[in-house]
Design a protein around this ligand. Structure first.
Ligand SMILES: NC(=O)c1ccc[n+]([C@@H]2O[C@H](COP(=O)([O-])OP(=O)(O)OC[C@H]3O[C@@H](n4cnc5c(N)ncnc54)[C@H](OP(=O)(O)O)[C@@H]3O)[C@@H](O)[C@H]2O)c1
Length: 337
């Protein structure tokens, strides 16, 4: 079968189109013919060893997110049948419950082989059925970006109708967060570097947008929006450069859902804000299968459509990664297998 894999040495320069034998599903396993993948920022970091040695050994098939059709099942499989359209879960071992180290280690696209393969052989426990209303490409965007946003909005806080949420950027996680926050009836502010993307974010449902390039001290610009009260929830995707601003505009008792470190991972800031405002800094790392299934029920009921920017062919993976690096996208970059 056709695969992309990092071969020989770590680094994106060692990404090669290659061949592997088609796996045979053992007891409790399913064979999935992959139909689509989608890219996340993380897929750029893993091949370059940006998360260290936790991301497996070589050769490694990259990319965590995708969808496909079950074409064969092993002995005893009950959760799915041949012909079902499924997404592999990001954390193969996290079915439900609290996170623990064992549940958070087995992620696709490193250390486990990812979705850039013609076939994947996985435990029946590590897949989620996808409603027919969603195209293959739309379904492929759900496992990481959507579930992370879902957990930031649904689980990291007890968001209520009329609450105020600030979301950073117009990337994959951010746009799902906009849609999920609107679903709960929250007021949404998006900070972004691009006027064009801000216009699209407003069309998607953002009530206000602030250009963080033009207003690097954007926390000040939010005072009018929140009438000085601050945000109930901030979806923190920037990290180093953005957290100091977030701490200035979170309301006392509010939650900052710590998800990304796009602007750096170390920082100096006044921790006094965390204490005096009783801020909750809540890390979010994707989520479990039960949450994925709950999210699928909600988006199916409310017909929430993932925002797809551009689709590349399987063999154009390198071009797709270059496009992700360019930062020009509004929404998800997908791969048609
Ligand atoms: N914890 C988890 O489970 C989890 C899951 C998924 C992703 N993540 C992390 O979340 C982050 C976003 O991932 P993604 O896949 O959504 O990325 P993405 O699609 O590549 O989005 C990147 C966007 O972030 C915005 N951005 C960059 N620097 C910013 C800054 N200083 N202030 C505000 N916005 C900024 C930009 O928006 P504009 O162009 O509009 O300025 C850019 O388009 C990454 O750090 C990723 O590793 C974490």
């Amino acid at each position: 079968m056709r695969v992309f894999q990092i071969e020989g040495e770590w680094g994106m320069d060692h990404l090669r189109l290659s061949e592997r034998p088609v796996p045979t599903p053992g007891p409790g396993q399913v064979l999935i013919e992959m139909a689509a993948s989608s890219l996340n920022y993380r897929d750029l970091v893993v091949p370059n060893r940006g998360y260290g040695s936790h991301t497996g050994t070589l050769p490694l098939i990259p990319v965590s997110d995708g969808m496909g059709v079950v074409v064969e099942i092993g002995q005893g499989v009950k959760r799915v049948a041949v012909g079902d359209r499924v997404c592999p879960t990001y954390f193969q071992n996290w079915i439900a419950g609290e996170p623990d180290l064992e549940r958070l280690t087995q992620s696709l696209g490193g250390p486990i082989d990812g979705t850039m393969a013609q076939f994947m052989c996985l435990s029946e426990q590590g897949v989620v059925k996808i409603p027919s209303a969603y195209s293959d490409l739309e379904a492929a965007t759900l496992p990481c970006a959507a579930l992370t946003a879902w957990n930031a909005i649904q689980s990291a806080t007890s968001l209520r109708t009329g609450d105020k949420v600030l979301i950073q950027g117009c990337g994959g996680v951010a746009l799902f967060a906009v849609q999920f926050a609107r679903l709960l009836g929250a007021q949404v502010t998006v900070v972004s570097s691009s006027e064009e993307r801000m216009e699209k974010a407003r069309a998607l449902g953002a009530h206000q947008t602030i250009n963080y390039r033009e207003q690097p001290e954007w926390a000040k610009a939010t005072r009018e929006i929140t009438q000085g009260r601050g945000y109930d929830l901030i979806v923190e995707l920037g990290g180093e450069k953005t957290l100091p601003q977030s701490l200035r505009c979170i309301r006392p008792g509010g939650t900052i859902a710590m998800i990304g470190i796009l602007s750096g991972s170390s920082m100096e800031t006044s921790l006094g804000y965390v204490i005096t405002r009783q801020v909750r800094l809540q890390g979010v790392t994707v989520g479990h299968r039960d949450g994925f299934e709950a999210m699928v029920r909600a988006i199916d009921l409310h017909q929430i459509r993932p925002v797809i920017d551009r689709v590349f062919a399987f063999e154009e993976l390198k071009e797709a990664f270059d496009y992700l690096i360019s930062g020009a996208q509004f929404g998800k970059i997908c791969i048609q297998h």
